[in-house]
Write a protein that binds this ligand. Structure first.
Ligand SMILES: Cc1cc2nc3c(=O)[nH]c(=O)nc-3n(C[C@H](O)[C@H](O)[C@H](O)COP(=O)(O)O)c2cc1C
Length: 222
C-alpha cells in the first residue's frame, strides 16, 4: 500500500476499479480525463475495467417500465461491472451546474436493482470542463444520489478547469502542480480502497479519525 518513490513499482493487494466517463461525445474532455485516471491507477498497481458511457446508456426511466419490460440492459451492465469491481471512478461533465441527465438516468435505473449495487462501494469523482470551475458544481450534484444510495464517495474530488487546453498530446497534464494533484488524489483513494478491502483494521481507524475528540486548545483557531 501507499505511494512509492517515483519510478518504483507499487506493491498492492489486488484492487479493481471500474472507470468511465459520463460523456457520449467523441472528443470528450471527460473521456480524456478518465483515460488518464486509468493510466495512473495502473501505474500505481491497480487493475482497471475501463468502460464507456454508451454501455450504460438507458432509455428515459419510466416507473411503469420495469414491470412491463424489465430493467434496461444498460443498467444491468452497470450493475455487472460495479459488482466485478471494488470501487468506481466517474469523470463527469457539468451540464447547467449539475450532472448530465443521462448519468442520473442510468443511476436511477440501476438503483432499482436488488441488491442495490452502489451500496457500500467506494467512489471517486472527477470532472473536466473548458470553464474556470472545471465542472466541480456538477460533482456536488452527483455526490448526492450516490451518497443517498450508500456509495462511499471519497471526500476529495478533482476538477480540471480550462480542460480544452490542459492535456498534452500524450494524454498527460503537463502542468506539474495540477498533474501531481490528480495523481495524489488517485493514489490516496486507492490506498483507502485497498485498506477497506484487505485491512479492515485500518478501515476502522480511518472511521474513528472522523470522530475526533474535542480539543478546546484548537477549537477557536480552527
Ligand atoms: C447542455 C450543456 C450544459 C452545459 N453546462 C455547463 C455548465 O454548467 N458548466 C460548465 O462548466 N460547462 C457546461 N457545459 C459545457 C461542457 O462543460 C463542455 O461541453 C464539456 O466539454 C462537456 O464535457 P465532454 O467534453 O466530456 O463531453 C455545458 C454543455 C452542455 C451541452
Amino acid at each position: 500500500m501507499s505511494s512509492p518513490e517515483r519510478g518504483s513499482p507499487t506493491v498492492r493487494e489486488p484492487v479493481r476499479f471500474l472507470v468511465f466517463s459520463a460523456s457520449l461525445r467523441a472528443e470528450s474532455l471527460n473521456t480524456r480525463l478518465a483515460r488518464l485516471a486509468v493510466r495512473l491507477i495502473e501505474d500505481h498497481g491497480g487493475a482497471v475495467d475501463g468502460a464507456a458511457m454508451a454501455e450504460f446508456d438507458c432509455p428515459s426511466y419510466n416507473q411503469d417500465a420495469p414491470t412491463l419490460g424489465g430493467i434496461a440492459p444498460g443498467a444491468l451492465e452497470l450493475r455487472r461491472r460495479l459488482e466485478a469491481s471494488d470501487a468506481f471512478v466517474i469523470a463527469s461533465p457539468e451540464y447547467n451546474s449539475s450532472m448530465p441527465g443521462l448519468l442520473k438516468n442510468a443511476i436511477d435505473w440501476t438503483s432499482r436493482i436488488r441488491p442495490q449495487p452502489f451500496n457500500g462501494r467506494h467512489a471517486l469523482l472527477l470532472s473536466a470542463s473548458p470553464a474556470m470551475v472545471g465542472g466541480n458544481r456538477g460533482l456536488w450534484a452527483l455526490r448526492m444520489p450516490l451518497e443517498h444510495l450508500g456509495a462511499r464517495v471519497y471526500p476529495d474530488m478533482f476538477s480540471l478547469a480550462l480542460a480544452h487546453q490542459a492535456f498534452a498530446p500524450d494524454g498527460r497534464i503537463p502542468n506539474g502542480e495540477l498533474g501531481a494533484r490528480l495523481e495524489q488524489t488517485i493514489v490516496d483513494f486507492m490506498d483507502l480502497v485497498e485498506a477497506a478491502k484487505h485491512y479492515p483494521c485500518a478501515k476502522k481507524a480511518w472511521i474513528e479519525f472522523l470522530g475526533e475528540h474535542p480539543n478546546p486548545a484548537i477549537d477557536r483557531v480552527e
